[in-house]
Every structure is written in structure tokens, then in C-alpha cells.
Design a protein around this ligand. Structure first.
Ligand code: NAI
Ligand code: MG
Length: 338
């Protein structure tokens, strides 16, 4: 069996970490037919557009993509390609697991799955400036759109995920005390769906600011969490920080037409091109891709190989206090996974 997968190396550290991830995947013995495509700054430089049609077509055909991080200009410039891909393929669920793997850190028992709604809220990007007098940018306005259907779909996905993966508890995270409608609807729908799962998955809800604090003080209380787009963006970085940082945090964007697997982190321009980035997050994302493809044993082997390389062999990149290069780490994992 050969898997057709769209491969987007991405920007910054992207090509370095995806190269090691591909090498590791091929060491598992599985066969891949990689369709390498451009997106982000790399695509702008080569084709003048951040998301070429060929890339979209490739994902449409293969329905599975492994993607490196993409640089998005801040403030001005083209719209986020990540957001564009999520819209194009209706990737409504962003699943971000964070689990303690390095002992002796701040938290020993973190094992959280954060499920983030990926299409709605403030990320729809309907915003504009209002001119007052001669200042064309005197006021900025943005619209958050949340639909009953979108809330229901993501909360249901989170509950089904909890059941499928034998999880005991689900926390609905919101800000319905202030955002009575956009967050209120999410909470209302969330509670209604939770009632359907009564007796199967324990559920509670929590306001987002308190959640941020609880995560830092007592992260063990959380199991599966579900929240809206922006809260999920912020909390997933926080959650990854509890277990050793962005270098270890993978994410899956799951949709009806395709699934795209990537690290939570960005293109890390501060360390790009220096061969020191940690490819673990991208490798864990690849393991989620194998799960998605039904290769559950290989997926587990990949996770074990990364963990054993870090914890057992003590081969670590700089972000985890080691001295290994991206390449050295990659070859150690490839040896273990073979
Ligand atoms: P970032 O995640 O790229 O970097 C934050 C910090 O974490 C930096 O100090 C970086 O060196 C470190 N870091 C990240 N990944 C690492 C790894 N694998 N190994 C070792 N250290 C790592 O976030 P930042 O700087 O806010 O964003 C940079 C660019 O990435 C921006 O253009 C942003 O839009 C984009 N971005 C893209 C994402 C994606 O494509 N999914 C996600 C997040 C940001
Ligand atoms: Mg983010």
C-alpha cells in the first residue's frame, strides 16, 4: 500500500523539520508517494501567490497533507494561508494533544487534548477601518461570527473524540459572561450536547480567563477541552508550554474534505536555517496523520521513537536543553523507528 500525501515543506524552519519527518516516516517501512507543493512565502517567491492552485488541487485529490509552518506577514500583506486552507477544505476541527513526556519538568501528569473550532469567531477576518476626519484608520472594527451548526459540530466532534479515545472528561471553555451572544451560543449548544453524552463522558464548563490560570496551577484537572477559535489558539500555545514548549506540540486540522497535519508552532524565523529546530512536533503531527490513515501501530511506534530518543537516549535539541542538531535528532529517531 502506498499513501498519496501532499507535502508542504513551508517557510523558515519548515523545510528542515519536514525533511527529518519524511525521513523518519520512510524508515517505518510504509510507502509514500509525496506530492511536494508550495505555500506561504516560499510560494510567493516562486509563483507570486501564497496559495497556488496546484497546492489546493493536490490536497483536494489526496485528501491528506503534511504541512510545515508558513510565515504570515503581521498587520498588512496577504491573508493567512493557514486560515485560507481551513476555509477551502472546511477543516472545522483543530485537535491539539499535549502530554508530558520529559520527566522532571514543571508538570508530570499533563495529558490534554485541546479541540479548537477552526472556522468561525473572529478568524473569519471580516474587519475594516472607519475614517474619522482625515484619519482613515481612526477605528478598527471586526466581526465575530458563530453559528449554532458550527458550535454543535465542534462540540460533538470533541465528545466523539473523547469516547473513541477512552477519555473521561470534557471541559467547555467560553466567555459567555461578557460575550453574551457569540460565546453564549457556544456555551448553550455545548451544554445541550453535553446532556446527550451524560453517563458516558463527564462534562463541565469554565470561563476562559479562569481556565488560563487553572492550566498553570492545576493542569491535571483537564482532559479533553473544547473551545472557540481564538481562545483555542491562545490556550493551545499555553498548553504546549506546560509540557516542554512548542517544539513538542502537534496539531491536526480535520475537515469533511481533507485533513492537514502540522506542528502548532510557526516558522521560527529566529532560528531558521541554523539546523537547530526541534522536529518532534512535526513528527508527532505525522503520527496523527498515520492514525488518520488507519496505521495505528506505526503511529504509536513513531510516538515511542520520538519519546525514547528524547528521554531514553537523551538526544535533545536546544529547546529541550540539549545540543543535538535537527539532523542528528532526525537520524536518531529514524534508527529507533526502523
Ligand atoms: P513560532 O512558533 O514560529 O516561534 C515562537 C518561539 O518558539 C520562537 O522563539 C521559536 O524559535 C520557538 N520555536 C518554535 N518552533 C520551534 C521548534 N520546532 N524548535 C525549537 N524552537 C521552536 O511563533 P512566531 O515567532 O510568533 O511566528 C513566526 C511566524 O510563524 C509568523 O509568520 C506566524 O504567522 C507563523 N505561524 C505559522 C503557523 C502555521 O503555519 N501553522 C502557526 C503559528 C505561527
Ligand atoms: Mg497559534
Amino acid at each position: 500500500m502506498t499513501y498519496d500525501v501532499t507535502l508542504i515543506p513551508g517557510d523558515g524552519i519548515g523545510p528542515e523539520i519536514t525533511a527529518q519527518t519524511v525521513r523518519m516516516l520512510e524508515a517505518t517501512g510504509l510507502r509514500f508517494n509525496w506530492d511536494e507543493e508550495l505555500a506561504g512565502m516560499a510560494a510567493v517567491e516562486a509563483t507570486g501567490t501564497p496559495l497556488p492552485d496546484a497546492t489546493v488541487e493536490s490536497i483536494r485529490k489526496n485528501r491528506v497533507a503534511l504541512k510545515g509552518p508558513l510565515t504570515t506577514p503581521v498587520g498588512t500583506g496577504f491573508r493567512s494561508v493557514n486560515v485560507g486552507l481551513r476555509k477551502e477544505f472546511e477543516l472545522f476541527a483543530n485537535v491539539r494533544p499535549a502530554k508530558t513526556i520529559v520527566p522532571g519538568g514543571r508538570f508530570e501528569k499533563v495529558d490534554i487534548i485541546l479541540v479548537r473550532e477552526n472556522l468561525e469567531g473572529l478568524y473569519i477576518g471580516v474587519e475594516h477601518f472607519v475614517q474619522i476626519g482625515d484619519d482613515p484608520r481612526a477605528v478598527a472594527e471586526s466581526m465575530a461570527i458563530v453559528t449554532r451548526r458550527g458550535c454543535e459540530r465542534i462540540v460533538r466532534y470533541a465528545f466523539e473524540y473523547a469516547i473513541k479515545h477512552g477519555r473521561r472528561k470534557l471541559t467547555i471553555v467560553h466567555k459567555a459572561n461578557i460575550l453574551k451572544m457569540v460565546s453564549g451560543l457556544f456555551l448553550e449548544v455545548g451544554r445541550a450536547v453535553a446532556r446527550e453524552y451524560e453517563g458516558r463522558v463527564e462534562a463541565n464548563d469554565m470561563i476562559v480567563d479562569n481556565t488560563a490560570m487553572q492550566l498553570v496551577l492545576h493542569p491535571e484537572q483537564f482532559d479533553v477541552m473544547v473551545t472557540t477559535n481564538m481562545f483555542g489558539d491562545i490556550l493551545s500555545d499555553e498548553v504546549s508550554g506546560l509540557v516542554g514548549g512548542l517544539g513538542l506540540a502537534p496539531g491536526a486540522n480535520i475537515g469533511t474534505k481533507a485533513a492537514i497535519f502540522e506542528a502548532v508552532h510557526g516558522s521560527a524565523p529566529d532560528i531558521a536555517g541554523r539546523g537547530v529546530a526541534n522536529p518532534s512536533a512535526q513528527m508527532f503531527a505525522a503520527a496523527m496523520m498515520l492514525d488518520h490513515l488507519g496505521e495505528l501501530d506505526r503511529a504509536e511506534r513513531v510516538r515511542r521513537a520520538v519519546i525514547d530518543t528524547i528521554v531514553g537516549d537523551n538526544i535533545r535539541t536546544r529547546d529541550l536543553g540539549g545540543t543535538a542538531t535537527t539532523e542528528e535528532f532526525g537520524s536518531a529517531v529514524a534508527r529507533r523507528v526502523a
